[in-house]
Design a protein around this ligand. Structure first.
Ligand SMILES: Nc1ncnc2c1ncn2[C@@H]1O[C@H](COP(=O)(O)OP(=O)(O)OP(=O)(O)O)[C@@H](O)[C@H]1O
Ligand SMILES: [Mg+2]
Length: 249
C-alpha cells in the first residue's frame, strides 16, 4: 500500500471537518474524492499535505509515519498538491512559477549556492530545460515568458497542474482540477492526469464533476460531514442509496 490513512479527526470550533476518515491508495492508482460542499474534502488534503494538524489519526506514506510532518517535509517525501484557489505567483513569469516548484534535495543547499556557483548554474540550466519540456507537454510553451496573471483561468489551472508535476512527486493531490474551465482545456487536463500512472505516479482527485471522475478513476470515495459514506467503483457509489440520500438532504 502506498498510502494508508486511518481514523483522521479534525474539528474547527465545533464544526466536524473529518470524522474517523480512513483511506488507502495503491501505487499508480487514481481515486476520486467526491461529496457536497463543506464535506471535508479540502480539509483532508490540508491534513495529508501537512498544512493542518489532525486531532487524531495516522498517515503512513510508503511505510513512513508522516502524520506530524510539516508541509515542506511532506513535499520532500514526494507528495505534491494543487489548491482549489490555485495559489500561483501571479506577478512572476509562467516559467518562473515552474522553476520554483522543482524539488531539490541538494541544489538548494546554501553551501552550493554560495561556494559552488558552477554546480548551481548547471542545476539552473537543467531546470530551465525541464520547465520548457513541461510547458511543451502541456501545450503552453509559447506562454513561458508571460506573467502567470496574464493566462486565462483554464491556463492557470493547467499551470498549477504542471507545477505539481515539476515537484516530481509520486503522489499528486488535485483539488478540483477542472472546475470552471472550458471543455477543450478539460480534455487536456484529463489527458495529463490519465498519463500519471504511466509515469509511476498516483493521484487523489477532488471534483464535483462526476463524468470527469468516472472517466479517470477506477475507485471513488464519497464523503459527507467529514465521514466516508461510500466507496467503490464510480457506478457503485453513484447508485448507493446513502449517497443519493446525502445529496438530497
Ligand atoms: N481553516 C478553517 N477554519 C475554520 N473552519 C474550516 C477551516 N477549513 C475548513 N473549515 C470548515 O470545515 C468544513 C469542511 O470544509 P472543506 O473546505 O474541507 O470542505 P470541501 O469538501 O472541500 O468543500 P468544497 O466542495 O466547498 O470545496 C466546512 O464546514 C468548513 O467551513
Ligand atoms: Mg474544497
Amino acid at each position: 500500500m502506498m498510502l494508508k490513512v486511518s481514523n483522521l479527526n479534525k474539528n474547527f470550533d465545533g464544526v466536524v471537518a473529518l470524522k474517523d476518515f480512513s483511506l488507502e491508495l495503491k501505487e499508480k492508482e487514481i481515486i476520486g474524492l467526491i461529496g457536497p460542499n463543506g464535506a471535508g474534502k479540502t480539509t483532508f488534503f490540508n491534513v495529508l499535505s501537512g498544512f493542518v494538524k489532525p486531532e487524531s489519526g495516522k498517515i503512513i506514506y510508503r511505510g513512513k509515519d508522516i502524520t506530524n510532518s510539516g508541509s515542506h517535509n511532506i513535499v520532500f517525501e514526494g507528495i505534491s498538491r494543487t489548491f482549489q484557489d490555485l495559489r500561483l505567483i501571479r506577478q512572476i513569469l509562467v516559467i518562473e512559477n515552474i522553476l520554483l516548484s522543482f524539488n531539490h534535495t541538494n541544489g538548494e543547499n546554501i553551501y552550493n549556492i554560495m561556494f559552488n556557483q558552477r554546480s548551481w548554474k548547471k542545476i539552473e540550466e537543467q531546470d530551465k530545460q525541464k520547465a520548457f519540456e513541461l510547458l511543451e507537454y502541456a501545450g503552453i510553451k509559447d506562454k513561458a515568458n508571460d506573467l502567470a496573471n496574464d493566462l486565462s483561468y483554464g491556463q492557470q489551472k493547467l499551470l498549477s497542474l504542471i507545477c505539481c508535476l515539476a515537484a516530481d512527486a509520486k503522489l499528486l493531490l488535485l483539488d478540483e482540477p477542472i472546475a470552471g474551465i472550458n471543455p477543450e482545456m478539460r480534455e487536456k487536463i484529463l489527458n495529463i492526469i490519465s498519463e500519471l500512472p504511466l509515469k509511476g505516479k498516483s493521484a487523489i482527485i477532488i471534483e464535483h464533476d462526476m463524468d470527469f471522475i468516472e472517466r479517470i478513476c477506477s475507485r471513488v470515495i464519497f464523503m459527507d460531514m467529514g465521514e466516508k459514506i461510500s466507496e467503490g467503483t464510480p457506478s457503485e457509489v453513484r447508485n448507493d442509496p446513502k449517497v443519493i440520500e446525502a445529496y438530497l438532504e
